[in-house]
Design a protein around this ligand. Structure first.
Ligand code: ADP
Ligand code: MG
Length: 368
C-alpha cells in the first residue's frame, strides 16, 4: 500500500492537567504507568500539572499563555475537560484560544468523550485501562479533528459551553447520585442505574426543540436583527437560534405535547459513559444535537432493557413506544418542579429552565 507521509512538528509540547481524585483516585499512577513512556517514545515533551481543587484547571487555562503549548491534555473524566473548555471560552481571545488542540486521557469514572473518540476510530469497546492506552496512542499520533460545541443558557443568566451532553431526569440523577460510588470506577453508572430503577419517578416539564430539517435551522435564513442574541456571557458566539429564556420559543420550533418524562438527554457525542453508546449516529463534528427522551409510563422492565441495549447502541431499535429520538439544532427545557438535577457534561449546573444551541466546531479541536 502507498504510504502517506504526514509532517508533524516534533517535539510537540503538551500541557497535561491531571485530577488526582478522578475515577478511583489512581489517575497519577495510571499516567506514570501507561502514558509517560508512550509520550517519550513519540517525542512529545510535556509539563504535568496536578490540579489542587475544582476549577483550578479552568482558571489556569483562562490566564495561560497558550502560545507555548501544542495541545492541552486532560487526564481525568469529562469534568476536567468541561473546566478547560469553559476556561478557554471565558477568555477575551476565545475565538483563537478554543482552536488550541485538546486531548483526553481517560482517568476518571465518566470518560464519555474518550469512549466516543475510541468508538469513532472504529475500535471495539475495551476495558478502562485499554481505553487509556488507546487514547494515549491516538494522542501520540498528534492528528487533530474538529469538535462540536453547544452553548447552554441557564436561568441564572450564566452561559456554559458543553462538548458532550445536557441531561435531566433519570440520567442526570444517576450521574450525580452515583458519584458516591466513584471507587468502583465506570461501574458507578451501572450501580446508580439499578438503585434509581428501584425508585423510578416521573419528571414533569415542557420540552421544545428546533429540528435539523427545519429551514430556519440554517444561520443564513435567520434574520439576526430579529433573533435576540443572548447577553449572557461576555465572550463567545451569538446564540442566533435562541429567544431569551423569559420569552416563548420561536414559532417554528416543535413543542413536545407530553409533559411527563422519565429522562431527557441531549448529546453531541456517541457515548454518555464508557459502556453507554446512547447516540450511535453521532460524530465529533456533525453539528447535530441528538435528543433522546423517554416518556413516563414505561415499565421498570422496559427501562432496564433499554439501558442494557444501550451498551452497544441497540436501544433505539427496540420499538419501545416511550422512546423518542430526534436530531435538533437547539432545544429548551422548562422543568415544573422547583428542585431537581440538571447536568451539563456530567457536571451539576443551576436547576431551572435551560436552553441550548449547537455551534458546530467553533474551530475547536481535539487530538484524534
Ligand atoms: P470523574 O469522571 O471521576 O468524575 P472528573 O474529571 O469528572 O472525573 O472530575 C470530577 C470533578 O472533580 C469535576 O467536577 C472536576 O471539576 C473536579 N476536580 C478537578 N480537579 C479537582 C481536584 N484537584 N480536587 C477536587 N476536585 C477536582
Ligand atoms: Mg465527572
Amino acid at each position: 500500500p502507498g504510504a502517506i507521509k504526514v509532517e508533524v512538528k516534533r517535539p510537540l509540547m503538551f500541557l497535561i492537567l491531571l485530577n488526582p481524585h478522578s475515577g478511583k483516585g489512581h489517575a497519577h499512577a495510571l499516567f506514570n504507568g501507561n502514558v509517560q513512556g508512550m509520550l517519550q517514545d513519540a517525542g512529545i515533551q510535556h509539563t504535568l500539572i496536578i490540579t489542587e481543587r475544582q476549577n483550578h484547571a479552568r482558571e489556569l487555562v483562562r490566564d495561560a499563555d497558550l502560545s507555548q503549548w501544542d495541545a492541552l491534555v486532560i487526564m481525568s473524566g469529562d469534568g476536567l475537560l468541561f473546566e478547560v473548555v469553559n476556561g478557554l471560552m471565558e477568555r477575551e481571545d476565545w475565538e483563537e484560544a478554543i482552536q488550541t488542540p485538546l486531548g483526553v486521557l481517560p482517568g476518571g469514572s465518566g470518560n464519555a468523550l474518550a469512549a466516543s473518540i475510541h468508538h469513532y476510530s472504529g475500535l471495539q469497546a475495551v476495558s478502562s485501562e485499554e481505553l487509556l492506552i488507546s487514547c494515549g496512542f491516538i494522542l501520540c499520533k498528534g492528528l487533530v479533528s474538529q469538535l462540536d460545541l453547544t452553548s447552554v443558557c441557564l436561568a441564572s443568566s450564566q452561559r456554559l459551553f458543553s462538548f458532550l451532553s445536557l441531561a435531566w431526569g433519570f440520567v442526570a440523577d444517576v450521574d450525580i447520585e452515583s458519584e458516591k460510588y466513584r471507587h468502583v470506577g465506570a461501574a458507578r453508572f451501572t450501580v446508580g442505574t439499578m438503585v434509581r430503577l428501584g425508585s423510578l419517578r416521573v419528571y414533569r416539564g415542557k420540552l421544545a426543540y428546533l429540528p435539523i430539517e427545519n429551514p430556519m435551522s440554517q444561520p443564513s435564513l435567520v434574520d439576526s436583527t430579529q433573533s435576540n442574541p443572548s447577553p449572557l456571557s461576555v465572550f463567545g458566539p451569538t446564540d442566533f437560534l435562541l429567544n431569551p429564556l423569559n420569552q416563548p420559543v420561536p414559532g417554528h420550533w416543535t413543542v413536545v405535547q407530553d409533559e411527563d418524562f422519565v429522562l431527557v438527554v441531549a448529546m453531541y457525542q456517541s457515548h454518555l459513559a464508557k459502556d453507554m453508546l446512547a447516540a450511535p449516529a453521532s460524530r465529533l463534528d456533525d453539528g447535530i444535537i441528538h435528543l433522546i427522551y423517554v416518556k413516563a409510563g414505561i415499565s421498570r422492565r422496559s427501562l432496564l432493557r433499554l439501558f442494557l441495549a444501550m451498551e452497544n447502541g441497540g436501544h433505539l431499535n427496540t420499538n419501545c413506544p416511550h422512546v423518542v429520538y430526534v436530531k435538533v439544532k437547539a432545544l429548551r427545557l422548562e422543568p415544573y418542579s422547583p428542585k431537581g438535577i440538571i447536568t451539563v457534561d456530567g457536571e451539576l449546573v443551576d436547576y431551572g429552565p435551560v436552553q441550548a444551541q449547537i455551534h458546530g466546531s467553533l474551530g475547536d479541536h481535539t487530538c484524534h
